[in-house]
Design a protein around this ligand. Sequence first.
Ligand SMILES: [Zn+2]
Length: 59
Amino acid sequence: MTEKILCKKCGFLLYWGEAIKERLFFRLSEEMVLHRYGDKCPTCGSPLSKEDVNIIIEN
Ligand SMILES: [Zn+2]
């Protein structure tokens, strides 16, 4: 499965890759991805939390 995390405001792609909950070797969480951006969208500057992003998990 693949996972995408997009800013709800501007649609900026924050993460694309292996579904985070399925990752075995490199532990990661959605919060850690957002924290890498300083919890702020690099494009529109809106604060990022799990409620401010669209998380799309696809097979
Ligand atoms: Zn944004």
